[in-house]
Design a protein around this ligand. Sequence first.
Ligand SMILES: Cc1ncc(COP(=O)(O)O)c(C=O)c1O
Length: 371
Amino acid sequence: MNYKRMPIEIESPEQMGYENVKYNLTESSVSDTVFGNIQLSISDLKLCYGNHIGKPELRKLIAAESPLLSENQVLITAGAASALFIVATTLLEKEDNMIVITPNYATNIETPKAIGCEISFVQLKFENNFSIVVEEIKLLIKKNTKLISITNPHNPTGIVIPKETIMQLAVLAEENNCYLLVDETYRDLNFNDKYAIAASLHQRIISVASVSKAYGLPGIRIGWLITQNENLFETFLAAKEQIFVCNSVLDEEIAYQYLSKKEIYFDEIKKHISRNKASLLEWMANEKRMEMVHPAGGVVCFPRIINGEQRNVKRFYELLNITYQTFVGPGHWFEMPDYYMRIGFGWSNNEELKQGLQNISRCLDETSEYQ
Ligand SMILES: Cc1ncc(COP(=O)(O)O)c(C=O)c1O
């Protein structure tokens, strides 16, 4: 394995110091939940090794979302990130090929890179509303393709991939004896049109998700992967046992108790996101120097500066970060030009979000052309 740190992690606000970020539009989640604000009863918890697959009651709760799934198909992991790591290191070796959409959450690309396998990229294009063209993926399939990897709702664009596309890709995976990874870490944030857990749709689909984004619980590092394939599940479990044996029982207990009564908290979260999304859309409608593909799910979008090549983008970010203490996810976090930017609209309170967006407009005023 050839590990390299990713810009999105090096430049993340938690690494830069939250105290240096006044208007935080970098985040892809709702704001962090405070321990004391959720009703938990944990004083009797035994700090033992946990069940290696994961706390059974937690798995049951996750599987209960689909009548087609059982808790024995859910493997609890340390966040979605470790689930992605387990999937990539289980399915890919140096001589293999994987097909991945780009832009994407960096780990979906970096772990296969660290393994050293061949990666075929499918570039999602702004001009095509960042949609996936199945034919393009079909053309890239090779004899040694082991994995097709997509993210839905998509990070960084917020597009939602139609079920028909996912099914077509699953069939393609089956025909070519490989697997389809659907990273659906943002699934619970697609509350207007919630769709089935992808792994419940087909034997060839592996779903990955977590409690980090929708519930503001990234600090407890609880995620999961789901597959209906028993042999594959057993190998994923072997990988988990070799990496960390089991999850933190404390993390599992918090996730279980929170998810058992998530509706209590989630109503407020939904209202907050709707309010912030309305502010984002209003700002974007008036900001004629930028354009955006509408984010249908999640709490991020990936707009770009029109004619961005002709603007002094370096100066734009200097002003934004230093003068206005405002941070977004610059394009290079996603291997795209920096005149694209990921704006997270779920993390800040409404006033901060609106001010952060105004600050982007002010930086556009102040960098009207390339200097
Ligand atoms: C698409 C996607 N997958 C996985 C993750 C990892 O999330 P976590 O490990 O906190 O569950 C992220 C985090 O940004 C993400 O955006």
